[in-house]
Write a protein of this length. Sequence first.
Length: 102
Amino acid sequence: MSPFWMIVLVGVGTYAFRVSMIVALGRFELSERVRDNLRLIAPAVLSALVARGMLLEGTELRPLSEWHVAGVVAVIVAWRTKSVLWTLFVGMVTLWIVGAII
């Protein structure tokens, strides 16, 4: 199978899965506990992706760099503001500034 058709099939499958969840969840009332837990999925996934990117470069441990400085600053901002937007913004700006200095 060509890469083009693989991408098309994965895209259609992903879309069908998302639509099925929207349709299914539209028919049922979720408990408040489930809704509260669903709100935590996006931050958990984002945190896992960022942590892996900060700690690993391919399959090797990443040497100390501007990534780690930006990560520490972003954690402090997240802890103080509890805002994903501010955390991403300050972390990215810190990464750029420290990268330009080093």
